[in-house]
Design a protein around this ligand. Structure first.
Ligand SMILES: [Zn+2]
Length: 174
């Protein structure tokens, strides 16, 4: 197990557009995926993108489970997305609180509107392409992690700073 320190906003890796990964996945890409899963779990996150461990490659992982800031709305197993593309987003959007491992030391959360449903295509570790229609929390996570690959964070997606909430206040609401 290799838990990597989560790179915080202000570090250029968080603002850099990530590059595609050659497939099938090399040993080093497999190691990045393992490190992402370990780090996501160790940091209580439900998704993590490679730039957050300082690697600007187009890879992210997700896993829905209960964390200290997110009660589980069902569970979803670990999923690996390599070179993901969002093909379609629903017109219907939902506003909800979002946080980020790369904003975690600042302890800030804020309301972000995200599409309820997205269609995402990506490659797995086996190099096979898959297309997935995701909704609800998983759709929100996929959009958040895809943003990381473009050098964006949730703060950029907020309608304004009015909903910025500290960790302590967020925990009171959950
Ligand atoms: Zn994030």
């Amino acid at each position: 197990m290799a838990t990597k320190r989560t790179v915080q906003i202000g570090n250029p890796a968080i603002r850099t557009k990530s590059v595609p990964v050659p497939l099938p996945a090399s040993a080093s890409v497999k190691k990045i995926v393992r490190d992402l899963v370990d780090s996501m779990r160790a940091n209580g996150l439900v998704g993590m993108a490679a730039p957050q461990i300082g690697i600007n490659k187009r890879i992210f992982v997700t896993e829905i489970r209960t964390t200290d800031t997110r009660r589980s709305d069902g569970r979803d197993p670990v999923r690996v997305f390599i070179n993901p593309k969002i093909l379609e987003v629903s017109a219907r959007k939902t506003a909800d609180y979002e946080g980020c491992g790369s904003v975690a030391y600042a302890g800030l959360f804020g309301i972000v509107r995200r599409a309820n449903t997205v269609m995402v295509a990506a490659y797995g570790l086996d190099g096979k392409r898959f297309v997935l229609r995701v909704e609800g929390l998983l759709a929100r996570i996929v959009q958040h992690e895809q943003d990381h690959l473009e050098g964006k964070v949730f703060l950029d997606r907020m309608a304004g700073m009015g909903s910025i909430t500290g960790r302590e206040e967020l925990l009171k609401r959950k």
